[in-house]
Structure formats: C-alpha cells, structure tokens
Design a protein around this ligand. Sequence first.
Ligand code: HEC
Length: 164
Amino acid sequence: MKTAVKWMVLSVLVMGMTGCSEYGRMRETPGVKPHEEPLLIMREGVVPFDGGEEILRNTPGEALSSPLNMKDAAVAAAGAKEYVNYCIHCHGKNYDGYGTVGQSFAPKPDDLREADVQGMSDGELFQYIGYSKPKSRHPALATTVSIIDRWRITAYIKSLGIRP
Ligand code: HEC
C-alpha cells in the first residue's frame, strides 16, 4: 500500500516536470508579455460605434422611419406572429395587459389599444419596444427581438387601432 502511494506521488511529479499532460502544450505558446508587441490597431470601420442600433436609439422617435411598408397587411400579419412570441405573455391575447405574466403586474401593463399607445408614431413605438424608457417597468427588448421584427410588431400594434 505504501509503495503504491509512493508510485503515485512519483508519477504525478514526473508528469508535472515533463509536462506530458494536456497542459504541457501551454509551454509552446509564445507567452507575449504586456507591451512587448504593439497593440493591434483595428482597420477603420470594423467596429460600429455610431451605426445600426445606435442610430435607431438616438434619432428622435418622430423622425425615425421604418424600412418596411407599415400599411402593408402582410407586414402586420408577420408582426402578429412575433407578438405571440414576445408580447402576449404580458400584454395578453386581447392586448389589455391580462396576459399570464401581465396579471402579476400592479398596475398591469398598458392596454395597447388605448389612445396613448395608438397615438405614438411608428418610430416612438419601435423605440419603446427596444429600449424602454427611464423609470418604466418595461423590458428593453432590443437584444431579444430583431430590428426587423420590432418594426413588424409596431405595424401590427398600430393596425389594431384604438379600442372602440
Ligand atoms: C415582462 C412583461 C412585458 C413584456 C414581455 C412586454 N411588455 Fe409592454 N408593458 C409591460 C409593462 C409592465 C408596461 C407598463 C410599463 C410602465 O408604465 O411602467 C408595458 C407597457 C407597454 C406599452 C405602453 C407604453 C406607454 O408609454 O404607454 C407598450 C406600447 C408596450 N408595452 C408594448 C410592448 C410590446 C410591443 C411588447 C412585445 C414586443 C411588450 N410590450 C412586451 C410589460 C411587458
């Protein structure tokens, strides 16, 4: 028994010294020390810092226009599908906030067919969905819902009109 322990200790030591384990290969890496090599300078235009999502976020809502035809019934129909994916659990199948999750909010989520919501411009509604607003309890869904789907959902909600 004692000899077995001795052998185990010895073999671990040998493995460690010779680096015959998986990690041995780490010795082959160049091991660059900080500042030994000049910093990688990015080619211009590789990292977007004021394009895409930033333009959509920072343009005033009323000035933001959709790349889609927002009056097209097919666009709204596509938005209806995404509403089921991303909104219905809070806003409900009747858009009144009585969704499975929405019921737990106090006060509950706004009725999407109320005049305030229907009075928002397409751009304002698009921005609210993606970025929410300070102090709002709304989730900012920009990283969850694609840009094009946010426009589709916007078209769908606007197509519902004010509740009679
Ligand atoms: C986690 C639950 C939840 C989800 C998911 C959700 N909402 Fe909401 N929504 C809320 C709550 C809560 C409010 C009320 C926010 C407040 O006033 O603090 C709200 C309010 C709103 C308003 C009213 C804004 C206003 O200023 O009157 C709009 C429009 C809206 N949601 C659209 C959507 C759309 C479109 C989706 C799907 C893409 C969605 N929401 C997904 C919970 C949710």
